[in-house]
Design a protein. Structure first.
Length: 102
């Protein structure tokens, strides 16, 4: 049998859009993104005071957003300050506008 190279059918833009959409696929994450879009940064402790979820659960949501590149965290011991990754946030907006034809 021939060793066939798997063809990549998805564009880079489609893959990025899917990664951003997956990260945004939970109401807690959408809340965090909306909050960070209205202010420069926020501390994880402040978020856990506002949201009725366990700190460990919030941490997992923040990890997903950070992994997708939508937010960035900076350690300011003993807290972590989170901000939007403005470059990726702008890219996500452009990609969603393109796919939704807005």
């Amino acid at each position: 049998m021939k060793n066939l190279k798997k063809l990549e059918v998805y564009t880079e833009e489609q893959q990025k859009t899917a990664r951003y959409a997956k990260a945004m696929g939970h109401p807690v994450r959408m809340y965090v993104l909306e909050l960070l879009s209205t202010q420069s940064c926020c501390y994880s402790g402040d978020l856990s005071d506002e949201l009725p979820i366990a700190k460990s659960t919030l941490s997992q949501h923040l990890k997903e957003l950070k992994s997708a590149g939508l937010i960035q965290g900076e350690i300011e011991a003993p807290r972590i300050k989170y901000c939007l990754n403005k470059e990726n946030w702008k890219e996500a907006q452009v990609l969603f506008k393109q796919i939704l034809r807005i």
